[in-house]
Design a protein around this ligand. Sequence first.
Ligand code: NAD
Length: 264
Amino acid sequence: MAEAVADLPLKPGLATVLVGDDPASHTYVRGKRRDAAEVGIVSFHNELPAETSQADLELLIDDLNADPEVHGILVQLPLPGGLDSAAITERIHPSKDVDGLHPHNLGLLVLGRRGLRPCTPSGIVRILDQYGIPTAGRRAVIVGRSFLVGRPMALMLSEHGADATVSIAHSRTTDLADLTRQADIIVAAVGVPKLIGREHVKPGATVIDVGINRTDEGLVGDADFDELIDIAGAITPVPGGVGPMTRAMLLVNTLEAARTASGS
Ligand code: NAD
């Protein structure tokens, strides 16, 4: 990636926006800035107090939209209570929306067209590709229907090229295990520690664990890794699987945004 950055006629710039003092958000943003620096992306950090008003935050986004040195804008979510995160996401210019969550970019995804795509599901597509896990004609069950992970994941796995047959499960799904046992690929994006156990997985299936749950045992995923390790054909660990890949895709999106801005 560092070579691709160096090849650009301009220096890619990522603006990070952090509102409030949530410790996990601070850790995430620090990590993202460190990643950016490692590959030669300049980061412009903006830290605001929790009591920042919607209007002031929108003014900052407007400034970053207009700044030619900024190619990507990342607003760390969740925002403190009282701030409207959907309105903030929509304020970011779609060409700088490196989280891929602006309705314009999500619309392009629905249409199967190029655009900045949400980092977590795009990272999962890369993981499947990198490990040679076929998707065409395979049955994928996505557990979780958030606009951040589950829904875009379903679109990406069912689009031309990936060609999986996709089902989406959610909190109102009955007989989850009956459904997931039919899957060649399970993507768990729920936020319930170890929800996916042996009874949910067909032998040899691939399990992609998106969940990040802080428990007394430390960070655990939505899948029970220890229970599944000898039944799944492949399984991503937590921590160390989808998380780092999500971070990497933020850099890929920033590079893509900078490339588009430079016309190269
Ligand atoms: P969310 O809370 O927006 O959505 C959770 C989804 O799970 C909902 O659609 C809900 O219907 C579904 N659900 C809840 N209980 C269920 C159940 N018992 N059975 C089936 N479905 C159920 O969460 P999100 O933003 O999609 O995140 C999901 C998890 O992934 C969280 O742990 C989050 O921290 C983690 N996450 C990780 C990364 C990463 O980079 N690894 C990125 C984003 C989110």
